[in-house]
Design a protein around this ligand. Structure first.
Ligand SMILES: *Cc1c(COP(=O)(O)O)cnc(C)c1O
Length: 470
């Protein structure tokens, strides 16, 4: 399997190079040259598989010769060994046609573990084979940082440096990063916002000399391997609900468009998905786009679901590439227009075509609190403020009354957002066993100035890539 950039100007790469590259050199995102596809019989044959076996079956075709089935099996076994639920991603029924898939049973209690644990194992495999090292640098508004740290801790060939905005992540989220004692892990606070942290990381990636000096690698969802690993749980849910003989819809609380894009990929691979609902909070650029055909960014507002407080959904570019029939010049034109003016409008026939599959629905803070309380009263289930947006959006924008199942993805454990959940329900969810002493563990805190040169100097000093600390 080979990979091409959505902007058409970067070299065509193999899976292992894409894994380590992150962003393409032309500013685009890598996607598979062709979609692997499964027939109905292939999908029927998946019904008896465990989550881990299914992961190998679904991800294998994306790797080609870069990773053997035996190697992939080993990576997958290790990735999910620490998950706290035997089903890995359990489905819970909450209505006649409504289901919740719990994606918060990994080590950091958010869905990002499901992909990043695999990515960490693949880093190890490829780097050991090549005898090389990478330096992972990422910015986080909360969940990505801890999931990346858990995925990369104690890996000999990887150093991981996460920039977090000081005082702007929850105490649980900060402690999930600062209490890890592994010597290859560095959570560094920045006096500033998440956008400042993100801008610092971008500045590093935009310096080609620095990038190669420390072998800089990415763990946010511009990394194709994350999307690939997320397609697995769409298959997992669909198989349990009757695929390939019955179609279904998914509803996804969305920020950077990575998770819902994985649903689109699963459809392209043959899964009978007939509706994908994009759930937004008040940062509703995608919902407005689906309503109007115009992508128009506005300022970010803080909400009860901070991991969705995003105005530029990077991964949408991968869907755009498909929508314009893989015309990379057209993607380039629209993205340049967006960079220049903060907006673009999709051709109306293409917009209509998108509405054949996608719908958007926006849920503000008050509706989020009400929905958490109502769901708790009706079913006893406590969902976090991100997950509940998926449930509401699925009900409002799904196919009502058709009998087609709708699966809402639950993206975080309620204990990660205990204050909001307590405000809604009066119940304060406890951290699960493995994290129960998190609030008393010793922290290692460090800080860096909000200045690219200071961050580069720090990364050089922490990276073990030969020559970097010279
Ligand atoms: C990251 C995150 C999201 C958004 O996912 P995207 O793939 O960026 O759309 C939603 N909910 C939670 C809890 C998250 O951590």
């Amino acid at each position: 399997m080979r990979y091409v950039s959505t902007r058409g100007q970067a070299p065509v790469l193999s899976f292992d190079d894409v894994l380590l590259a992150g962003l393409a050199s032309d500013g685009g995102l890598y996607v598979p040259q062709t979609w692997p596809s499964f027939s109905e019989d292939d999908i029927r044959d998946m019904r008896a598989l465990t989550y881990q076996e299914l992961a190998v079956r679904v991800m294998g075709p994306f790797m080609g010769a870069a990773v053997t089935d035996d190697e992939l099996t080993e990576v997958v076994e290790q990735a999910y060994a620490g998950f706290s639920h035997p089903a890995v991603a359990p489905l819970v029924q909450i209505g006649a046609h409504d289901w919740v898939m719990e994606l918060f049973h990994g080590p950091t209690l958010a869905f990002k573990d499901y992909a990043l644990q695999v990515v960490g194992g693949l880093f190890d495999l490829i780097l050991t084979r090549r005898g090389s090292r990478i330096t992972v640098v990422g910015a986080t508004s909360g969940d990505t940082g801890s999931a990346a740290i858990e995925a990369c801790r104690d890996r000999e060939a990887v150093d991981v440096i996460i920039l977090l905005p000081k005082g702007r992540v929850s105490e649980v989220q900060r402690r999930q990063m600062t209490t890890v004692t592994s010597s290859n892990v560095h959570a560094i606070e920045v006096e500033g916002t998440f956008d400042d942290c993100q801008a610092l990381v971008k500045a590093l990636f935009n310096d080609p000399a620095f990038r190669s000096e420390v072998n800089l690698a990415a763990v946010n969802s511009i990394n194709w391997a994350r999307i690939m690993a997320q397609t697995v749980y769409y298959f997992w849910a669909a198989l349990q609900l009757g695929a390939p003989d019955r179609s279904l819809g998914f509803s996804v609380p969305t920020g950077n468009f990575g998770n819902v894009l994985a649903g689109y990929c699963a459809k392209r691979m043959g899964l009978p998905i007939d509706r994908l609902v994009v759930g937004s909070n008040s940062n509703d650029i995608l919902t407005r786009f689906l309503e109007t055909g115009t992508m128009q960014s506005r300022g970010v507002v803080q909400t009860h679901s901070p991991s969705m407080d995003i105005q530029v959904s990077s991964n949408f570019e991968r869907l755009l590439f498909e929508v314009v029939d893989r015309d990379s010049a057209e993607v380039e034109r629209l993205m340049a227009q967006f960079a220049l003016t903060g907006g673009y409008t999709l051709d109306s026939a293409l917009h209509q075509e998108l509405l054949g599959l996608f719908r958007g629905f926006r849920v503000d803070n008050d509706a989020t609190l009400r929905a958490i309380a109502e769901l708790y009263a009706a079913t006893g289930m406590i969902l976090d403020p991100h997950s509940v947006i998926g449930v509401i959006a699925g009900r409002e924008a799904g196919h009502r009354d058709t009998g087609t199942p709708m699966v809402a993805l639950a993206t975080a454990h309620p204990a990660k957002f205990a204050d909001v959940v307590e405000q809604a329900t009066g119940q304060r969810p406890a951290l699960p066993g493995a994290l129960s002493d998190l609030l008393t563990r010793p922290e290692r805190r460090a800080e860096v100035a909000n200045d690219p040169e200071a961050v580069k100097a720090l990364v050089r000093s922490l990276s073990r890539v030969p020559g970097a600390s010279a």
